[in-house]
Design a binder for this molecule. Structure first.
Ligand SMILES: Nc1ncnc2c1ncn2[C@@H]1O[C@H](COP(=O)(O)OP(=O)(O)OP(=O)(O)O)[C@@H](O)[C@H]1O
Length: 377
C-alpha cells in the first residue's frame, strides 16, 4: 500500500504554552512523541485540548515553548508547511464536491500528477470502505460515512502526523464504536502518528498508546492506559479513569504509604503516594468494580467494610450497577454480579490494596503530574 506516512523520528513539545489575553489556556505541555505513536489528549471541556492541537497544527501561534521535529524547530511554520492531516468533529467537507473530489482536493492543490491522484484516491476510498459511495455528495451520506471521507482526505496526503479533534462526537453510540475500531485499524495498518483529542475516557483508553490528561491547561499525567488506570497521579486523573467513588474524608493515621481515612464516620484504609498527615483533607478513590457485597461483617485486616442501604439497581448486561447509601449519607457506587433490591441492607467491602488515597488539593502534595510531564515513550 502506498499510503504511508512521511516519517519523522521524534516530535518534541517543549513547555508549549498558549495564553489568551493574559489568561493561560495551555501551560508547559512537554511531550516527546515517537513515529507511529497514537497519543490521546484527554480532559474535560475547556481544559486546553483543542488549544494544544491547534498549536501543533500551526493554526494558533505559541505564546511560550517550542515544537521540534527531529531537532528542527517547526512552531513558526504556517500550517501548510507542517503538512499535518486534520480531522475535525464537524467533518469540514466541501458540500459541493463528491467523495472522490473531496479526497483528491489536497493532492490537486499540491499539483500531484493526475494518474497518481487517481491511484491514491482509489486506495484511500478502499481503505475507509467507501467504494459504493465514491460519487456521492457529503449531504447524501450518514455522519459516519462523512467522517470516513474526512479521514481518507487526511491520510491520502501521507501526512507525518494526523491531528484529530473529537472526530466521533457527532455520531451515535453504535457508530462511534464502529468508527473507533476503524480508526484503530487504519492507525495499525498505516503506522500513522496520531494525536487524538477527546473528553471520552473509554475512547482514549481503547485507542491510544499513551494518554495525556489535561486539567485547566496543565498536564496532570502522561502514561500508557494501564499506567493511568492503575496508578493515577491525582484524584482528577482517577476521576477520568473510572474511580467513580471519590469520597471526601480526613486522614486519621498515615504510615509507610498507607493511610486510614475517616469518611462520613467510617475508617477506610488504602494506599497513598501523597505525603498526607493526620487531619489532612483527602479523597478516597474506589472503582465500582472494586467494591464487593459481603454476606456478613467479618474482621479481616485487609478489608474495609461499610454498611449501606441499596437505593438504585440497574441491570447492565452481565452485572448490576448498584447505588447504595451509608447511614451517614455517603453514596457508594458498586458493580456486582450479585442481585440486590432497593431498600436491602448490604455490607460493602473494599480490599485495602484496591483503595487509593489522594491529597484533596491538586496543588499540594507530590506534584506527580509535573514529574511525569517529560515522559518517554
Ligand atoms: N480564541 C480564544 N480566545 C479566548 N479564549 C480562548 C480561545 N480559545 C480557547 N480559549 C479558552 O482557553 C481554554 C481552553 O480551551 P480549549 O478550546 O482548548 O478547551 P478544550 O479542552 O478543547 O474544550 P472543549 O472540549 O470544550 O472543546 C478555555 O478556557 C477557553 O475558554
Amino acid at each position: 500500500m502506498s499510503i504511508h506516512a512521511t516519517a519523522f523520528k521524534t516530535l518534541e513539545l517543549q513547555r508549549v504554552a498558549r495564553d489568551f489575553g493574559g489568561q493561560s489556556a495551555l501551560a508547559n505541555l512537554s511531550l516527546s512523541i515517537s513515529s507511529g505513536e497514537f497519543i490521546a489528549l484527554l480532559g474535560p471541556s475547556g481544559c486546553g485540548k483543542s488549544t494544544a492541537l491547534n498549536c501543533l497544527a500551526g493554526l494558533l501561534p505559541l505564546t511560550g515553548g517550542r515544537i521540534l521535529m527531529d531537532g528542527r524547530q517547526i512552531d513558526r511554520l504556517p500550517p501548510e508547511k507542517r503538512g499535518f492531516g486534520m480531522v475535525f468533529q464537524n467533518y469540514a467537507l466541501f458540500p459541493h464536491l463528491t467523495v472522490e473530489k473531496n479526497i483528491a482536493f489536497g493532492l490537486e492543490m499540491r499539483k500531484v500528477p493526475r494518474a497518481e491522484i487517481k491511484t491514491r484516491v482509489a486506495e484511500a476510498i478502499e481503505l475507509v470502505q467507501l467504494g459504493p459511495h465514491a460519487r456521492k455528495l457529503p449531504g447524501q451520506m450518514s455522519g459516519g460515512q462523512q467522517q470516513r471521507v474526512a479521514i481518507a482526505r487526511a491520510v491520502v496526503l501521507r501526512p507525518p502526523l494526523v491531528l484529530m479533534d473529537e472526530p466521533l462526537s457527532n455520531l451515535d453510540a453504535k457508530l462511534r464504536l464502529e468508527m473507533r475500531t476503524e480508526i484503530r485499524r487504519l492507525h495499525q495498518s498505516l503506522g500513522l502518528t496520531t494525536i487524538y483529542v477527546t473528553h471520552d475516557q473509554e475512547e482514549a483508553l481503547s485507542l491510544a498508546d499513551r494518554l495525556v490528561v489535561l486539567r485547566q491547561g496543565e498536564v496532570q499525567q502522561v502514561g500508557t492506559p494501564q499506567d493511568l488506570h492503575e496508578h493515577p497521579a491525582n484524584w482528577h486523573v482517577a476521576d477520568f479513569m473510572g474511580y467513580r467513588n471519590l469520597l471526601d474524608g480526613v486522614v486519621e493515621q498515615s504510615r509507610g504509604g498507607s493511610a486510614t481515612v475517616s469518611v462520613a464516620g467510617t475508617g477506610i484504609t488504602g494506599s497513598t503516594k501523597d505525603p498526607v498527615a493526620p487531619g489532612d483533607a483527602v479523597k478516597v478513590g474506589i472503582r465500582p468494580e472494586d467494591f464487593d457485597i459481603a454476606d456478613s461483617l467479618t474482621a479481616a485486616d485487609s478489608t474495609t467494610q461499610l454498611e449501606a442501604t441499596v437505593e438504585v439497581v440497574e441491570y447492565q448486561g452481565r452485572e448490576f450497577a448498584v447505588e447504595a447509601r451509608t447511614d451517614a449519607g455517603q453514596a457508594l457506587h458498586i458493580r456486582t454480579h450479585r442481585r440486590a433490591e432497593p431498600g436491602q441492607r448490604i455490607i460493602v467491602s473494599a480490599r485495602h490494596e484496591r483503595v487509593l488515597v489522594f491529597a484533596s488539593s491538586m496543588d499540594s502534595g507530590t506534584p506527580a503530574g509535573r514529574e511525569l510531564q517529560e515522559a518517554t515513550p
